[in-house]
Design a protein around this ligand. Structure first.
Ligand code: TMP
Length: 402
């Protein structure tokens, strides 16, 4: 598939090679029919939009067996509680205000509004997670968000005060359609708030594993401002976040409805100065990705030479990019420890490393462990502090991270 808003004029940056579906954990019997696509990224210079130039159909990624549950991280549960409290404080004025969450997953965020007595709606295309949210008593539609869907949402049309999303907007290929849908639902003073992994953090950390099929775009303040201004919206505020290894929260409103925080121009200026609209920045990123691949393979080979057993921690979607880009498979990594029942007992996509219950990590730890869940570092290192104190060694594909 190609992106809708920018398929003209995208300059190719690099290919990460053949990639499977990032969350496509599979059974042994399905190995021979596994789907692969070539994962390439590019930049649309007019919008400064960093994006996949080729990716699978969205139905292959978001379906009734989607194995990601927001609720699985206690840190993220707390983050969404605070996110919801902040929205209530800043934007909800009275009981007649309405809120919609796009990509509500298991309802972890939306349930925080239950006590607010405001009308809320969650929309999510993955049936299994949407069912969990429904079972919490939330008002949920199991569907992709689209302009078309808004025709069946009369009670929210032009009346919604807040539309919010977290780690979702980058999943939606057709930004034209998304923004037209948002435009239909928001009230005059309505705001659209979303947070996503931040392009600046990805470039700084060389955390290229932010790039996978579900992350069609990695946004910056510049790209958000430029894309939304095509539809009469402006960026009115911006809040850096530490989640997912460096994210950004964007607040958008109809032009001239709110005053703009000085932070917006400050961050836009910093991005311009760093070259976010300049392809050279991305060519340097490409070189850093290739160096990072070499460094990780050297680290792993060093451990293997010492006859050490290597494991991976957290079967994240990001791990699919690392393992496939770096050509690391079960000859090098024994297993990946994870808490998700839907992943345990399966093989990692493409690299076919067995995923086992993270309880095993305590019983029979490896000598060296590659931390795939690096964005949950504090939570995991605290939970598994005995590993390092008993001589275990954490490693990461991000230099100087551990
Ligand atoms: P994600 O980065 O694709 O969201 O996946 C997070 C994965 O990390 C998910 O499979 C659960 C796993 N995980 C653990 O196994 N242990 C942990 O302590 C945390 C925080 C996550």
């Amino acid at each position: 598939m190609k992106c809708n808003i920018t398929n003209k004029n995208v300059e190719e940056i690099m290919s990460f090679g053949k990639m499977p579906i990032a969350n496509g954990f599979l059974n042994e019997k399905d190995k021979s029919s596994e789907y692969f696509y070539e994962m390439t990224v590019g930049l649309s210079p007019d919008l400064g939009l960093f994006q996949l130039t080729n990716f699978p159909k969205v139905e292959m990624m978001f379906h009734d067996k989607y194995p990601f549950f927001t609720n699985s991280s206690s840190y993220m549960r707390n983050h969404f509680k605070k996110y919801a409290e902040w929205i209530s404080k800043e934007f909800i004025e009275n009981n007649s205000d309405k809120i919609i969450e796009i990509g509500c997953n298991d309802g972890t965020m939306l349930e925080n509004f239950k006590n607010n007595k405001i009308e809320s709606l969650g929309i999510d295309p993955s049936g299994n997670v949407a069912k969990i949210a429904k079972d919490k008593g939330l008002n949920i539609i199991n569907s992709f968000f689209s302009e078309n869907l808004t025709y069946s949402l009369n009670q929210f049309k032009s009346k919604t005060k807040v539309i919010c999303a977290a780690n979702v907007i980058c999943h939606i290929p057709d930004l034209n359609d998304l923004i037209k849908g948002i435009d239909k639902l928001l009230s005059k003073k309505g705001v659209f708030i979303f947070e996503e992994p931040y392009l600046g953090s990805m470039i700084n950390n060389v955390s290229y594993d932010q790039i996978y099929d579900e992350h069609i775009y990695i946004f910056s303040a510049i790209s958000v401002e430029k894309v939304f201004s095509l539809y009469g919206f402006e960026l009115i505020d911006i809040y850096p976040q530490i989640t997912h290894g460096g994210s950004m929260r964007y607040v958008l409103a109809r032009k001239n409805e709110y005053s703009k925080s000085p932070k917006v121009n400050k961050i836009l200026g910093e991005e311009l100065k760093k070259g976010f609209l300049d392809i050279d920045l991305y060519m340097r990123f490409k070189l850093n990705c290739l160096r990072s691949k070499e460094r990780l393979n050297d680290l792993i080979d060093l451990s293997l030479k010492k006859n050490q057993r290597i494991g991976g921690y957290a079967a994240t979607s990001k791990s699919t990019t690392i393992l496939n880009f770096c050509s690391i498979n079960s000859n090098k990594i024994d297993c990946i420890y994870d808490t998700t029942p839907e992943k345990i007992g399966k093989l990692s996509p493409g690299s076919h490393i067995p995923v086992i219950d993270s309880e095993e990590f305590k019983i029979n730890p490896p000598d060296t462990c590659l931390l795939f869940g690096w964005n949950h570092k504090n939570e995991i290192l605290e939970k598994e502090k005995n590993f390092a104190s008993n001589g275990g060694k954490w490693i990461s594909h991000i230099e100087n991270f551990i």
